[in-house]
Ligand binder design. Structure first.
Ligand SMILES: N[C@@H](CCC(=O)N[C@@H](CS)C(=O)NCC(=O)O)C(=O)O
Length: 215
């Protein structure tokens, strides 16, 4: 293997890593994890995104991977803008990415998988999970009602990653009514979706009007 390989598929956490490799023209081979026996062999948890380096070492976890991809660009100004210009900004970038990846994305994914019967369905549990999603979303909504972006009033990696996870929500369980109740998030999403880095992955044409329902 001569270059690092980034494994993704069409699941939500693969979109931003793939977009970063493409936009910054990074020296990574991007492979479809689903079609690759090597992926399952190398990564027993079978979760994307995942990277194998030419020396055989691994990198997993979306936050670590997107940070590493931005660090791999040669433009120091872009790196600073996206990752933070001081210790506190860098910590705030990680803070928002982690909040979205855990408190928002985990209950949302489970609620969705239960709704479409890819996990056992229990209506009460889905309700509790969606309440957790709303609690986390309120933290984002409050921030975005008072500020244009998540960190430091300019676009950072936090905005790109968090928006790339929200788009999954807007395409599944967070329908038109939910979106109308979160104007701060929607105004911010609109702004982030114009960034050339990720405009191809933040498309509104996948938004659902009505949330997916259990049959
Ligand atoms: N902790 C991991 C979670 C990765 C993850 O759950 N990825 C999902 C796709 S968005 C996945 O591969 N799911 C497949 C599975 O759970 O079998 C991270 O933050 O990157």
């Amino acid at each position: 293997m001569h270059k690092a390989t980034l494994f993704v598929n069409n699941y939500p956490r693969g979109a931003l890593p793939k977009a970063l490799v493409s936009y910054f023209n990074l020296d990574f081979e991007v492979r479809d994890a689903t079609a690759s026996p090597e992926f399952a062999k190398e990564f027993p948890l079978k979760k994307i995104p995942a990277v194998v380096f030419p020396d055989g070492s691994h990198l997993t976890e979306i936050i670590a991977i997107v940070q590493y991809l931005v660090e791999s660009t040669e433009n120091e100004n872009i790196k600073k803008d996206l990752l933070g210009t001081n210790a506190l900004e860098r910590a705030q970038v990680v803070r928002w990415m982690s909040l979205a990846n855990s408190d928002f994305m985990m209950p949302l994914t489970e609620a969705f998988l239960e709704t479409i019967d890819q996990l056992p369905y229990h209506g009460d549990l889905v309700k509790i999970q969606l309440e957790s999603v709303d609690k986390a979303a309120k933290v984002f909504e409050d921030r975005l009602n008072a500020h244009e972006f998540l960190v430091a009033d300019r676009l950072t990696l936090a905005d790109l990653m968090v928006a790339s996870l929200y788009v999954f929500g807007f395409s599944t369980l967070l329908g038109k009514t939910w979106r109308s109740q979160h104007p701060g998030i929607m105004k911010w999403f609109d702004k982030v979706s114009k960034s050339p880095i990720c405009r191809d992955i933040l498309k509104k044409d996948r938004f659902v009007e009505e949330p997916a329902k259990h049959r």
